[in-house]
Every structure is written in C-alpha cells, then in structure tokens.
Design a protein around this ligand. Structure first.
Ligand code: PXL
Length: 278
C-alpha cells in the first residue's frame, strides 16, 4: 500500500473542536493525510477562574515533537497558535532541527471569541525567527496589518502590496487572506515574481470559527501530498469555501465550518484565479 503523506500541526487545542489542532487534524484526515500534533496551549475557559489559555511547558512541547518525529517524521509542518516568544523560539529551533520540505506558518494572533492567542512580545520572534523558515505564511488582514506595523489594509490592492512587503521577512511565499473585505472573499498569493488572486463568493454566515486554521491545514495537507504552492492554495481555498458553505452551529454561539463538507457534498464553489506577472 502506498502510505499516506504525513503532516504535523504545532498549535493550540481548541476545546470546542472548531479550531486549533482539532480543526487541523480533521482537515488532514479529510484529505487523506496522516495527522500528528504538538499542543502548545490548551484553550478553554475555566468555569470558576475564567482562565482561558493554559500554556504547555517547553519540555512538553519538545517531547511531543520529538515523539512524532521519531515515530513517523513529517512531509509538512503547520504552525498555528504559539502564544509566547519562548514557544516561538522553541518551535523555530525544532523545525530547524529536522529536514522537512514544507512549512506552513499561520500567524495566529486573536481567536473569533477574542481569545488572545499571541502575547505582544511574541511578534518580533515571529517575524525574526519563524517566518523566515516558512514555505508560506497565511495571515488574515488583521495579522498582515500587525506584521506590517499596523498598516491599514482596506482594498485588494492593499493586500497585494502587503503580500509583496511581507515577502521581505523571508518566507518563500505569502498568502494574505481577504476574508474581511467587503464583497467577494479574495485572497492574494505572492510567489516572488507573480501575484495571484483567488476569489470565492462571500458566504453569508457567522459560523466561521476555525476557518483560518482549516484553510492553512488544507494547504499543508496538499503540499505534503506533493502539490505545488499554486495548486495547494487553490485546492485549499475550495475546501474551506465548501466547509464554510455548509457551516452550522449547535446553539446560539458562533459555530464551526464543516470539515467533511467537500467529501459529503462535493466541491461547492469554483474559485476564480487570476495571475499577473510583476
Ligand atoms: O481560530 C483561531 C484559533 C486558533 N487556535 C486555537 C484557538 C483559536 C480560536 O479560538 O482556540 C487553539
């Protein structure tokens, strides 16, 4: 039997199952990629103390990574919530210590329920230590703006310029996600010599918890399976758009995207792709 490609997520545990490692592992499974995890923090609000983020020790993070690497090893690694400068430095060193072809860095900063998922002093470490190791970084508009020293981003042209400028930080490719633009959901991929816009129709729903995690996990899965960056992003955009189209909620809280949607219902959306040389 041909063995499945392997992907590791280094991220937080989102207790409700919509985001973080739960979203990543569900996505890997949907795309027939063998999933592994290194949990950096457990996110869940304690009913009495109101404590929301429960960081794991550096020792626990190193131990998980080492176990997964020895038992299986990786075709791709995806990072999500890392929380602190210390964790970013540890994770950067761990990634440098192994020979892995594809590194997807999702610079997670704030969750949908306004959980603070990255401390202030961690931004510098993110920019200087981790982002330069990335095959691709996948900031949303807020994260791109923060990485560009609070530059306002309002239009697709702003996203294009942001992608070009973020490339200076050293990743091979940059994907800036325009989920919060008015109008269609346009993302911009910068590949060094060309800019590609990927456009999907806007889906009118609030149930998009974990959408960013799911999208970047799908990119990591497709890279692990051997797709090039252009195809990996286009296929992942289709996966997340279909998952958002079929998103739902079990109550009056913001609900998850439906990770199984593409498998169950087929691809819902054709993504419009335009590439320009620059
Ligand atoms: O969706 C961002 C996110 C990422 N990672 C973890 C989270 C969240 C949002 O709540 O909990 C662990």
């Amino acid at each position: 039997m041909e063995k499945p490609a392997r992907a590791l997520t280094i991220a937080g545990s989102a207790a409700g199952g919509s985001a973080g490692i739960q979203a990543d592992l569900k996505t890997f499974q949907e795309l027939d990629v063998y999933g592994m995890s290194t949990v950096t923090a457990i996110v869940g609000r304690h009913p009495e103390t109101d404590k929301n983020v429960h960081p794991q020790t550096i020792e626990a993070i190193e131990a998980q990574f080492d176990t997964a690497n020895k038992q299986v090893a990786f075709d791709a690694i995806k990072t999500g919530m890392l929380f602190s400068k210390e964790v970013i430095e540890t994770v950067s060193a761990l990634i440098e210590s192994v020979d892995v072809e594809h590194i997807v860095v999702d610079p997670v900063m704030v969750g949908k329920l306004d959980s603070k998922l990255l401390k202030e002093d961690a931004i510098v470490a993110l920019k200087e230590k981790l982002i330069p190791l990335a095959t691709v970084i996948t900031p949303n508009m807020t994260e791109a703006s923060i990485l560009l020293n609070d530059r306002p981003l309002k239009t697709v042209d702003d996203l294009k310029q942001a992608a070009i400028d973020l490339h200076e930080l050293g990743p091979e490719f940059v994907l800036v996600k325009g989920g919060r633009l008015d109008g269609p959901a346009v993302d911009v991929l910068y590949e060094g010599t060309k800019l590609t816009t990927l456009e999907a129709p806007r889906i009118d729903t609030v149930n998009t918890s974990g959408a960013g995690c799911t999208y970047s996990a799908a990119i990591a899965a497709y890279l692990a399976k051997g797709k090039n960056i252009h195809d990996a992003v286009a296929l992942a955009k289709s996966f997340i758009t279909t998952a958002i189209e079929h998103s739902f909620s079990y109550n009056d809280m913001v609900g998850p995207t439906y990770h199984a949607a593409e498998r169950k219902f087929g691809e819902a959306h054709h993504i419009q792709i335009n590439t320009e040389k620059i």
